[in-house]
Design a protein. Sequence first.
Length: 138
Amino acid sequence: MLRALKMKKILFYAAVSVIIFIPFVAFAQSTTITINTGLPGQYNASSSIGAFISDFYSLALILSGILAFGAIVYGGIRYAVGRGNPSAESDARSWITNALLGLLLLAGAYVILYTINPALISLATPNLPGLSAVTSTS
């Protein structure tokens, strides 16, 4: 019991030290950091509604993947902590299973849309040949 407590304390201090010292190591380098402003979900007023929907879909996929990863980690921690308690292990397994099923559903939706027509994934505005813009000079 005492040995397990010491191990938990060591792991806690190691995690805290990593969390504290990583920003110092990251900012100690003299490299220039560039920020990409074209992130998914960023709506550009000059773009089409198809681009907005595509960006929103990409952002939703990214957020869903992050949430599923978090659910898998949470289930794994609950499974490790609940060893010996069958109800806690069952609950943790259900967290992991449901997160994996959610990821499978997201991947399945992408594969189905891509199989039907790859243009469904990009949602580009179709080009209509023979049309030109009319401007009024009044």
